[in-house]
Write a protein that binds this ligand. Structure first.
Ligand SMILES: Nc1ncnc2c1ncn2[C@@H]1O[C@H](COP(=O)(O)OP(=O)(O)O)[C@@H](O)[C@H]1O
Ligand SMILES: [Mg+2]
Length: 326
């Protein structure tokens, strides 16, 4: 029997989603193999609530719990926090220093992929199309001319380190730019401006089955809002998911190859979701971003793709944990 610290919560706009992801994974985890403890993170409060409702703090020196004067340690940390500190390499670094195995991407891969601008650079270097973009720090002056020239309008302004479309604005003309910068800088001190890709949004679940990289499925995301913004993501009516996406065999093959290439070269582990937009103008799939801790609520895309593969979600999580143990 392995003790699993299933960690949810965190300090981003995706806190609530993470709690639901954590609950769902808890439900699905094989209790005949694993003894899961749902650990709640909020700021510096890392706690476990026992069945009687008593709250126990984690001892951060060795990530252990003291319950009834007995010390509980963990064989694996299952990280289910979207955004900071679970998706950007911080928790991964902490567990690496303590020598505690954890699920998913390593600290470097997590930190690299979490920054949308650097991730774009790395993916582009693999020969995969990205939409042209510019990078700004808070202290930089807004270069209106360069934005007009490189991106034009509409364009997207996004804070580099965020998720769930928080800090993301679709900018229709130069008059809306300052406000979009202000919004993005609320969440981070760097942002990117990206050329708009008019097309269909695809998201590819990717995992590695004992080392062999494998696309789970391609899902088309159809947002009913102007883009896949926060409200569209977390309301049942704001979007529609189509698994498998109804696209040509050529596009399927290209997305599969791109996703697996990215997963391998960016040293991804566990299960990730890689997003693309297939342009209606030139037919090219442009890389958008990688989610290294993708949503896994009962209604999320990854569980749907696992089911589409006729895989059992419980077995799926058993494999992720066993891989972390190796
Ligand atoms: N360059 C772009 N062209 C068209 N739509 C975009 C572009 N960038 C982002 N979007 C839209 O904004 C959404 C959120 O952007 P994304 O980069 O995925 O950030 P987040 O991490 O917040 O999900 C996307 O799902 C997509 O609908
Ligand atoms: Mg996204």
């Amino acid at each position: 029997m392995y003790n699993i610290a299933l960690i949810a919560g965190g300090d981003s706009g995706e806190y609530e989603v993470s709690l639901r992801t954590g609950d769902n994974i808890y439900q699905m985890m094989d209790k005949s193999l694993f003894n899961p403890y749902l650990i709640h993170f909020k700021g510096s409060a890392w706690t476990w609530k026992d069945p009687e409702g008593n709250i126990h703090p984690i001892d951060k020196n060795d990530f252990s719990l003291m319950v009834d004067e007995k010390k509980i340690t963990f064989d694996v940390a299952f990280i289910a926090i979207h955004g900071t500190p679970g998706e950007n390499g911080k928790l991964q670094s902490y567990f690496e220093m303590l020598g505690i195995p954890y699920t998913g991407c390593g600290s470097f891969s997590s930190a690299l992929t979490f920054n949308k601008y650097y991730c774009n650079l790395a993916v582009s270097a693999l020969g995969i199309p990205i939409s042209p973009s510019l990078h700004f720090y808070r202290s930089d002056r807004i270069d209106y001319a360069a934005i007009e020239q490189v991106c034009g309008y509409p364009c997207f302004v996004k804070s580099c380190n965020s998720g769930s479309s928080v800090g993301v604005t679709k900018v229709h003309n130069v008059g809306e730019l300052d406000k979009a910068f202000e919004e993005a800088f609320k969440y981070d001190n760097q942002l990117m401006v990206e050329k708009f890709v008019h097309g269909r949004e695809m998201t590819c679940g990717v995992t590695a089955v004992y080392g062999a990289v494998q696309l789970l499925a391609i899902t088309e995301v159809v947002a009913t809002n102007e883009f896949y913004d926060y409200d569209a993501k977390y309301s049942a009516v704001g979007h529609k998911l189509l698994t498998p996406a109804n696209i040509s065999p050529q596009h399927q093959a290209v997305l599969k190859e791109y996703s697996e290439r990215i997963f391998h070269h960016l040293d991804c582990k566990g299960v990730v979701r890689i997003d693309f937009i297939i342009s209606e103008d030139d037919g090219i799939p442009y890389f958008l971003e990688i989610n290294t801790i993708p949503g896994q609520t009962a209604l999320s895309i990854i569980p749907e793709q696992v089911r589409y593969n006729q895989l059992d979600l419980t077995d799926f999580y058993t494999r992720l944990i066993k891989e972390a143990l190796q």
